[in-house]
Design a protein around this ligand. Structure first.
Ligand code: B12
Ligand SMILES: Nc1nc2c(ncn2[C@@H]2O[C@H](COP(=O)(O)OP(=O)(O)OP(=O)(O)O)[C@@H](O)[C@H]2O)c(=O)[nH]1
Ligand SMILES: [Mg+2]
Length: 389
């Protein structure tokens, strides 16, 4: 089965009209397309950076507050400048984009503009017809970032066709940190706050994030973690969103290989976020590549009995009670603390409020994971040079 088409959608800077794009995202997903949604109020540079890292076929822009001729053209021009003009641009904006405007926009490199009254079916058909054909041979990448993005696509496509996987390399440059936990516990918000600290700690450090959202084989998915990210929209951060494409357990069939590639690329830290998981999940392989696992809990997990069933509580190196601003957080801390005591392992328990800037708990968590050098992994993998600090 061919891999799903991947597109990125966004709303331009100074524009909060996201109702149209939310409707269109849903329709695209329902018809087998993977949509990386970047959110609203997004500048050109963020859109182009994300599109290149995600290696999407096209960018769909929904614009209502004017300035669309310039904005769309700037996206096309920056893609060209970055040697990424294989990524196409299309979009709409109801009655705010006139037919005359659209003519100019097409001349400046935009593939298609959809007007008020167009059926959703027509737009989905356009995406399938225009961006659904297999990609031709790819031209040489203009940047290391683009090359990495292309390789990740290759791994993902090959995993789908069950071809030989990318050989695992023993060489590592990065510390790999795995985040897992129930849906909505605040994993992405927390990662974004930690990224801010990684970037501030060392002005040269680079971070990669591999983020997962659920999907069924051959079907679409909303890859929405980027929309929650603020600090991670940064040239020193490489973020890639992956759909699980039918695999249970919170990761995708291509995760291990993509992770191995990222870990031997030029990043100080590689952070992986699983799909929101339940009681059964043990997403990270026992002898795998993840150096440290962080379980992010919501204070509202139910009762003590639920805690007994959560397997990840036995395995995580650090357990975070996020949303500790909520009423139940104190009880949650006590109950989880008692549960961890039974394990008789050196596990850490940290309370955080990820949505608050400069949160003391997030600082503490940062100290626990940024110990300067990667912990020797379970496989005793030799660590190649670390970037000079
Ligand atoms: C809903 C709406 C709002 C909602 C937004 C809710 C939300 N979260 O999106 C609210 C009430 C919050 C709002 C606020 C404002 N709005 Co308003 N809003 C609208 C309204 C009524 C509908 C837009 C819409 O969502 N349509 C539904 C979509 C699905 O249909 P469509 O627009 O016809 O689009 C079709 C195609 O173009 C295509 N399409 C659209 N986008 C894309 C993208 C892709 C990738 C593809 C493939 C296709 C596609 O899909 C549709 C298919 O039929 C329009 C007026 C109008 N009738 O268009 C004004 C309008 C866009 N708003 C306007 C204004 C001025 C504002 C405010 C500045 C008002 C104010 N003074 O505070 C604020 C700004 C908000 C902000 N932060 O940016 C103006 C813009 C004027 C301009 N550009 O010259 C408009 C045109 C109203 C007007 N006539 O003055 N607004
Ligand atoms: N009250 C409170 N809300 C928070 C906190 N951290 C995150 N949130 C909110 O919780 C919601 C979910 O946050 P995400 O970071 O998207 O959670 P997630 O675990 O990544 O979610 P999935 O990827 O969908 O599993 C958002 O609305 C956040 O603003 C916190 O410390 N306190
Ligand atoms: Mg998330």
């Amino acid at each position: 089965m061919p891999s799903p088409i991947r597109v990125l959608t966004a709303v331009p800077i100074c524009d909060g009209h996201d109702s149209a794009i939310n409707t269109i995202n849903l329709e695209l997903i329902r018809h087998g397309i993977e949509v990386v949604y970047l959110g609203y109020h997004r500048p050109v540079a963020d859109i182009v950076r994300a599109a290149i890292q995600e290696d999407v076929r096209a960018i769909g822009i929904s614009s209502y507050n004017g300035g669309h001729i310039e904005f769309f053209a700037e996206v096309v021009d920056l893609l060209r400048k970055k040697g990424a003009d294989d990524i196409k641009v299309f979009g709409g904006g109801g009655g705010t984009i006139t037919h005359d405007d659209a003519k100019i926009m097409r001349r400046r490199g935009v593939d298609e503009i959809f007007f008020a009254g167009t059926s959703l079916e027509e737009m989905v058909k356009f995406v399938h017809d225009r961006y659904g054909k297999p990609r031709g041979k790819r031209v040489k990448s203009k940047s290391a970032e683009q090359e990495l993005a292309h390789k990740l696509t290759e791994i993902e496509d090959n995993a789908a066709r069950k071809k030989i996987r990318n050989p695992q390399s023993a060489i590592r440059n990065s510390k790999v940190i795995g985040f897992t936990g129930p849906g909505g516990a605040g994993k992405t918000t927390l990662i974004d706050e930690l990224v801010l600290r990684f970037l501030n700690q060392d002005r040269k450090s680079r971070v990669a994030i591999l983020s997962h959202d659920p999907s069924v084989i051959g079907e679409g998915a909303l890859l929405g973690d980027r929309a929650t990210m603020i600090n991670s929209q940064n040239d020193r951060v490489f973020m890639r969103s992956m759909a699980t494409r039918g695999q249970a357990g919170g990761l995708s069939p291509a995760t291990q290989d993509c992770l191995a590639l990222l870990a031997r690329s030029d990043f100080d830290y590689v952070i992986i976020e699983t799909v929101g998981t339940g009681q059964e999940a043990m997403p990270f392989q026992k002898n795998g590549i993840v150096d440290q696992t962080i379980l992010v809990m919501n204070p509202d997990y139910g009762s003590r009995l639920q805690l007994q069933k959560i397997v990840m509580l036995d395995l995580a190196d650090v357990v975070v009670v996020n949303k500790s601003d909520l009423q139940r957080a104190k009880t949650a801390h006590t109950e989880i603390g008692q549960r961890l005591e039974q394990n008789r392992r050196k596990q850490r328990l940290v309370d955080t409020v990820a949505k608050r800037h400069r949160d003391y708990g997030v600082d503490r968590l940062f100290d626990l994971i940024s110990d300067g050098s990667p912990r020797t992994s379970q496989r005793d993998v030799p660590t190649k040079k670390r970037r000079k600090k």
